[in-house]
Design a binder for this molecule. Structure first.
Ligand code: GAP
Length: 482
């Protein structure tokens, strides 16, 4: 069954219920940046926790890392990002719109040219207004910043003022000096978390005393100045990655590649994504990144069609060799079996938190008829649900409130909870259903007599009566291992 949420409905639900807001909304927003609200941050944290549990906590061969976002800029020269991490971009000379040329070529291919001439590689006409497009220019996706007490704009303004009336030779020498100064201060916001792992390969290997095969996992922000951010939080300029670099003996890489594709596919299934909305696709040779020998994508059936959730690449020994070459530090592993220093191969499962967020929410969304009304329900896996338990007094009656507060106090140390006493109980159940709360606990007038409450199940809507004294254990049993 395809997801029931259209993109518009999804964006509206996210905003209305406090999952995702437009970044800097009160100033008109900023393209490609999003803020996660009170429920969004819970869901996001739960996704990250579920990933960490599966790939670090439960495995004997993995350890974690949290490397800095800003790294020595030579890292990005060694990794190939300075040279190759770019998208071709075209501008319309009439309407001034900007497009990614490779996307345009796919979506609006140029018609076959006459007399056997090949069509141009990229479209030449604007798909919006028909105007002429510029030739493609390569646009590096890395965000630049300057480290240290340097103010680029002020430096240039001062230089321009100083240069007025200068002769050309002195002026160009000053500009060259300034450019050198800026180059020395230039750094980048990381476009992937992976490089933080590669440059720490030796540190981790020696301190964690791991033997091959072993892996390093990291979760963190990444930044790409995407030419065309879009599809809500699918393609952002600031996003979060969950990446693993798994180091193996050369020659065993293909076997481990298969292992990780299966592992990662099962993780999405374990946390509730339906089989029919998930697929694995092997990339064609012309789709591979500059470092990859082979890559599989795990794709989800989003409203805009099958799109990448996670890439699982065989990066060979590309990165460790390049960093050894550029840094002068040998990044090798001493192989006890052969008595040799070897450069391990790397399998890299790399997932986007924001895309997982979208997929888990979209897949969990359901609508059903209940007593002539449509019930919207987010059937999230309990481990992912932002709120685990809602505490709902039947009314704001003065006898019920103290008991309901006492129950809430009892639950808060154990679960993420919400207390809601506004509007009818039916509407409150619907509100909790729509945000995916697995259990509601209702306090009614019988509670005053029997010290018991009702637990209502989100999916079946079944209700059972439980003594307050057993409530925490009853909920823990139902919620399972978080
Ligand atoms: N280290 C390998 C790497 O970064 P990638 O395919 O470019 O590979 C990995 O990115 C994952 O990061 C993607 O599968 C996607 O989930 C996420 N991702 C990449 N670019 C993104 C963007 N602009 N916005 C949101 N998520 C993105």
């Amino acid at each position: 069954m395809a997801p029931k949420l259209t993109m518009d409905k999804f964006v509206s639900l996210c905003k209305r219920r406090g999952f995702v807001f437009q970044g800097s909304e009160i100033y008109g927003g900023i393209g490609g940046f999003w803020d996660y609200g009170p429920l969004g941050v819970e869901l996001k944290n739960n996704i990250k926790r579920a990933w960490w549990k599966a790939v670090v906590q439960e495995r004997p061969d993995m350890v974690g890392l949290d490397a800095a976002i800003v790294m020595n800029p030579r890292v990005w020269v060694a990794s190939g990002h300075v040279e190759t991490f770019a998208d071709p971009m075209v501008d319309c000379k009439s309407c001034k719109r900007r497009f990614r040329a490779d996307e345009l070529a796919r979506e609006h291919p140029e018609p076959e040219a006459a007399h056997g001439h090949a069509p141009p590689a990229y479209p030449t006409r604007c798909p919006e207004c028909g105007g002429e497009l510029t030739a493609p220019r390569m646009f590096n996706l890395m965000f630049r910043t300057y480290v240290g007490p340097i103010d680029v704009e002020a430096e240039f303004t001062r230089a321009i003022q100083e240069l007025q009336g200068e002769d050309w030779e002195r002026a160009s020498a000053r500009i060259r000096d300034l450019k050198d100064e800026l180059d020395r201060a230039t750094a980048y916001l990381r476009p992937e978390t992976a490089q933080g792992i590669f440059v720490n390969f030796d540190n981790v290997q020696t301190t964690a005393r791991k033997k091959l095969p072993f892996g390093i996992a990291q979760i963190g922000k990444a930044f790409r100045n995407e030419v065309t951010p879009g599809n809500f939080i699918f393609r952002d300029r600031e996003f979060e990655q969950m990446e693993i670099e798994f180091f193996v003996r050369p020659g065993t890489d293909e076997e481990w590649h298969k292992h990780w594709v299966e592992e990662r596919y099962s993780w999405y299934r374990r946390y509730g994504i339906r089989e029919e909305n998930l697929r694995v696709r092997r990339l064609e040779p012309d789709e591979l990144a500059h470092y990859a020998k082979d890559t599989y994508e795990i794709e989800y059936l989003f409203p805009m069609g099958w799109s990448e959730l996670e890439g699982i690449a065989n990066r060979t020994d590309f990165d460790l060799r390049r960093h050894s070459e550029y840094s002068g530090r040998q990044l090798t592993y001493f192989d006890d079996e052969t008595g040799e220093h070897i450069v391990p191969y790397v399998i890299e499962p790399s997932a986007g938190v924001d895309r997982c967020f979208m997929a888990f929410m979209m897949d969990a969304y359901d609508e059903e008829e209940v007593r002539g009304e449509t019930r919207a329900v987010l059937r999230l896996h309990p481990a992912l649900a932002p709120v685990k338990v809602a505490v709902l007094p039947l009314s704001r009656h003065e006898d019920l409130v103290p008991v309901a507060r006492r129950v809430w106090d009892l639950l808060r140390p154990h679960f993420m909870t919400q207390y809601d006493d506004a509007q009818s109980i039916g509407r409150r159940y619907r509100r909790q259903d729509e945000i995916g709360t697995p259990y509601c606990v209702t306090i009614d007038f019988d509670t005053l007599q029997d010290e018991a409450v009702t637990i209502r199940d989100r999916d079946s809507m079944a209700q059972v009566r439980v003594p307050i004294a057993n409530l925490v254990s009853a909920l823990k049993e139902r919620l399972g291992d978080p």
